[in-house]
Design a binder for this molecule. Structure first.
Ligand SMILES: Cc1ncc(COP(=O)(O)O)c(C=O)c1O
Length: 447
């Protein structure tokens, strides 16, 4: 096995630069992170067009929980290619999507029967949740949380409140009836309190202040939450926060929509992160890793929320058959390779390593996460907790040049989300490179 990572020419190399230039010329600006130009990817290893190899600590932006091109996923997709690629699953029938729906329905927490609406992306799975919640409750308003990210289509973007850049220029034409309140971001408590002496004030205040003044609770179709915030900074709230918010939804007879597009499919050591908090959401939104690398979204809903008639909501690519085949194989891999157990065990060990780094380098303000959904927040000063965004970017850029692919989130956070089956030696090499970069930037800061 050749050494990984192996940087032969400083990236972006000459071939990469050509593609980056063409991309800049013809592709509309979206969300570029680094000038990495893929040639091939396998497992947790990426090869670029200049022959460099990298370790993947970002899992294709949370898509590759079972690694790139897992042989069983590739075999399932190849087999399906020989049969049919697409049937318009919302209009017609095929065995794969029925089997996948049954399996997903049975993974969701709670004894109530679930049903599934298939789509292609996270945002679409959230849009479906919005429409299902409105019709299911006959109500139109939603409560969500500061720092939330649900996607960039209008409904999902309205529920989103993670960065102003996503909303600027659209604010006045977003979906009406959406309210945001602070999330339990304990490291940066907006109320300047400390858990647990705060008594989970951020949950209490929803009923005691917001419901009393601005948000009529009886108008709420749903409270929507990422039970672990992703894009907003990998924020893990206390269990009491999630439980108390969930209880509000029972009290005021609205739904709990749990966006697990990023935290689901085993990332936290459980199939769904909601299982850590002992709640059974009415709706779970899934995408990213669900398709094992192919686009697939699923909105898993309490069967009572099924539409009253055909035509209320539908799509053309309600999960292409190739993606259904890939998703079934992905679920098999998670089960057969015991990736929930591995994620829990390796996640714990990795978190310990990250905590040891935090003891040595005071640029690290916080280390947090569940399972293999891990992150560190970088600060200019541990007392003021001022964000060290530039230093964070410098660490990510330095890691890229050494062959470790990282993905920032929040204002000054880096998430560490390698595939759940990353080989131990690759994980160790990645962590060594990471520590090296943090050590250098800790001494030579950018902000
Ligand atoms: C929690 C969450 N929900 C929804 C989305 C949107 O998914 P997509 O980019 O597939 O539309 C994302 C994407 O990062 C996400 O993290």
């Amino acid at each position: 096995m050749p050494k990984v990572p192996n940087i032969r020419v400083e990236p972006p190399g000459p071939e990469a630069k050509k593609i980056v230039a063409k991309d800049d010329e013809y592709i509309v600006k979206a969300t570029k992170t680094a000038p990495l130009v893929f040639k091939k990817a396998e497992g947790s290893v990426i090869e670029d067009v200049d022959g460099n190899t990298y370790l993947d600590f970002y899992a294709g932006v949370g898509v590759l929980n079972v690694g790139a091109r897992h042989p069983r996923v590739v075999a399932a997709v190849s087999d399906q290619l020989g049969k049919y690629m697409h049937i318009a699953g919302t209009d017609f029938y095929e065995p794969l999507q029925a089997r996948l729906a049954e399996r997903l329905a049975k993974t969701a927490p709670g004894n109530n029967k679930k049903m599934v609406f298939f789509s292609n992306t996270g945002a679409e799975s959230v849009e479906a949740a919005i429409k299902i919640a409105k019709r299911g409750t006959g109500k139109q308003c939603f409560l969500d949380f500061l720092g939330a990210f649900h996607g960039r289509t209008t409904g999902a973007m309205t529920l989103t409140a993670s960065k102003w850049v996503q909303r600027e220029g659209y604010t006045a034409t977003l979906m009406p009836g959406v309210f945001h309140v602070p999330y339990a971001y304990c490291y940066r408590c907006i109320y300047k309190m400390e858990y647990p002496s705060c008594g989970t004030y951020c949950a209490k205040v929803i009923e005691e202040v917001y419901f009393e003044t601005q948000i009529p609770p009886n108008d709420l179709a749903a409270i929507c939450m990422e039970v672990v915030q992703g894009e907003g900074g990998y924020v893990v709230p206390p269990k009491t926060f999630v439980k108390m918010v969930f209880d509000l939804t029972r009290k005021y007879k609205c739904l709990f929509i749990d966006d697990e597009v990023q935290s689901g499919m085993g990332r936290t050591g459980k199939m769904w992160a909601a299982e850590h908090f002992d709640i059974a959401p009415d709706i779970i939104c899934s995408a990213k890793s669900l398709g094992g690398g192919l686009p697939l979204g699923a909105t898993i809903v309490d069967a009572k929320l099924n539409f009253d008639r055909y035509g209320r909501h539908s799509n053309t690519f309600g999960g292409v058959s190739l993606a259904h085949a890939a998703a079934l194989a992905t679920l098999d891999v998670i089960e057969d390779e015991k990736l929930l157990d591995r994620g829990t065990k390796v996640g714990k060990e990795t978190k310990k390593r990250l905590e040891e780094m935090m003891e040595k380098y005071d640029i690290i303000g916080d280390t947090r996460g569940l399972g293999m959904m891990l992150a560190q927040e970088f600060v200019q000063d541990r007392k003021t907790r001022k964000h060290a965004a530039k230093s964070r970017d410098k660490i990510a850029d330095m890691a890229f040049k050494k062959g470790l692919m990282l993905l920032p989130c929040g204002k000054s956070v880096i998430r560490y989300i390698p595939p759940l089956n990353i080989p131990q030696d690759q994980l160790d090499s990645g962590l060594e490179i990471l520590e090296d970069c943090i050590k250098t930037v800790n001494r030579n800061r950018a902000d």
